[in-house]
Design a protein around this ligand. Sequence first.
Ligand code: PEP
Ligand code: MN
Length: 264
Amino acid sequence: KLVSREFRPEDTIVDVNGAKVGGKHLAVMAGPCAVESREQLMEAAECVKKGGATFLRGGAFKPRTSPYDFQGLAEKGLAMLKEAGEKFDLRVVTEVVNQNDIDMISNYADVLQIGARNMQNFQLLKEVGKTHKPVLLKRGLSATISEWLNAAEYIANEGNYNIILCERGIRTYETFTRNTLDLSAVAAVKELSHLPVIADPSHGTGRWQMVRPMARAAVAAGADGLIIEVHPHPECALSDGDQSLTPKNFEATMAEVKKIAAIM
Ligand code: PEP
Ligand code: MN
């Protein structure tokens, strides 16, 4: 398998226009779940930069559980992401839910995110595999590690090796948390694959109170980075407010995870 350690013993470092994911440094991607307005995004981006992250995340196409929930600002949101990314020198990560939008989204974003719900959308995987854009591949809600690595294989098989894996929590019998963040999968992926793997303690827990401790744990477990939801006013967020950090909490989280990364 192309993504296996046997095929390539050394760690892959994905270079996103100079910002690296994998190897020794901790890559942090942060920003709102969804781009809601120019003001909201600019405020979030400023805080993301201040905290020391190098990537700005934000959804413009949201795969919401209910069709009546906010679906995202589409291309208008992408333009805001590009503007914020340029203003604060942050690489832009955003989700692609439809293969017909790949070229359009590529004009605005540096990393194409494949969401958990699309992890086994094989046509979508093949199409992002035909591009040269770095891909952030989230683990499916009920996917085994093997299924997740096979999804990465679909992308690599088309010629694109710029893949970043993301553990974002899986569905278990537990209901207190939104998902169960499977940090053992981070260690497993490090053993099985040369690809970088980051953790998403926001979707992995669904509760802002748990994001900071699980971010620390993920870095201690060997994650190459984190993706964290940050909102200037989480109580007003149009999606995932319960799991979004305030700017102040994000900065404190960053200070802690940097210390842990330094001794890894
Ligand atoms: C997101 O990153 O906002 C998102 C929808 O994530 P996931 O696909 O992991 O649910
Ligand atoms: Mn979200």
